[in-house]
Write a protein that binds this ligand. Sequence first.
Ligand code: NAD
Length: 493
Amino acid sequence: MTEKFYPNIINAEHVPAAGGKTLDIINPATGESLGKAAASGHDDVDRAVKAARAALNGKWGRLPASGRTKILFKAAELMNARAKEIAELESRNMGKPMLHVLGEVKQAVEDFEYFAGAATKVAGTVPPVHGAFFAYTVKEPVGVVGAITPWNYPIMLESWKVAPALAAGCTVVLKPSEFTPISANVLVEILHEAGCPEGTVNLIHGFGADAGAALVNHPGVDKITFTGGTETGRAIMKACANDIKRVTLELGGKSPAIVLDDAKLDDAVLGSLFGIFYAAGQSCDARSRIYVHEKLYDSFVEKFVAATKKLLVGNPLDKATHIGALAHPSRLPIMESFVESAKKEGGKILCGGHRLTGGDFDKGCFYAPTVIVDLPHSARCVQEEIFGPIVVISKFTTDEEAIALANGVRYGLASAIFTNDVTRLQKFVRALQAGIVAVNTTATALPGLPFGGFKQSGFGREMAMETLETYLESKTVLMGVTGKPLNPFGIEL
Ligand code: NAD
């Protein structure tokens, strides 16, 4: 059987990397090869950026907003029709249970629908000004957008960027993660089938240090929208400073779930379980720190550990599986290093704490869902993003203590609170340093709701009307209406 190849897509043409280099794609649940993708460099990025600029100055730039709406709705329809196929491809590439990926593809569909509707709502303003003038503002697309995405929710996060960028009238060069390139080819093919003119959306595969850095440093790119790790985001922000490129950063997290003493215990256990173990903890908004009031602490821990032991880890294509494989073999030693440091820092491992071995587990990257208690606030597992199925549960006594612990990390993405006391809830809502506060649930990402972080979790919001603003420039038009220009010098001609 010939090996599958995932090429770049530039100007609607499927092309290998100019230098002929490729990167390997593997199924992290089985270790099998899924083929190769182009490993691009500066020349490929340059071609893609030029194609995107030409589309902006050409057919795409001339299309009215209503034309963009039609294309985005069509793309949503085509994606929906292929949802199962995409989910299976992505599940094999990323290791997440297929049924979960299917939900994410459906969310990507909704995101396209949301921004399809939003495209025609972009409008300037008519600000009131001094009577000698008439003024208005117009919104213009920011230009060529470089979109760089991670491996944990590939097609969903790509859609979070591509849909609003196109709705705003921008053109795009997309650089997906080198771990999970496959579904991006389907996405870009769907966009062409839906009617995007050539050059409107271009796909560049490759490693971050090569293709990613070339995109960030390309002077023809007007804006970078990035989702990924905080250290990468810091480097990208510095690089964007050279040309004063616009930049949106959705970065890491170390989000808390807080369980107050009046919470419904079972709801808090189940909500927190989903909050950490969905996607094997590989979510930027994973609630990887759980703070439980001392009155509920013992019973919460007992129930949480019992529930964790019921989670089925296994084949991502099996309907019964709750947790699939970690997305890449490089993730396993990272999990082991965190658990080792927890042990040294006095942590007690109540369940998990090891990779899974034996039978099919030996072929892939499987880690047991892990619960750790008794760690100090300064511990590595409490402070650093683990990005895997490892949670730390801690006890608190007062509301003030819970707030201080929840805010006591460098991140501020998503928090969750379980309580039925609306007065106490408001105190937490005001005090928590987080872009999202979920109440009696650990859900976060719904189309129409702004998604993004405080502090070192980044800035800018995705999935909402305010997202469009990040892909737009505002132009102020000021007209003198007295028939005479301002002439404060009093000079006569
Ligand atoms: P990563 O930062 O290693 O890589 C993300 C992307 O950036 C990849 O496409 C990679 O190739 C590229 N990249 C790497 N170095 C680059 C460079 N120097 N210049 C340009 N591009 C570069 O992140 P990851 O490991 O793929 O993803 C995990 C991280 O993403 C976690 O920290 C997670 O919290 C974060 N994340 C955040 C959100 C959010 O919305 N806040 C959502 C999902 C994931």
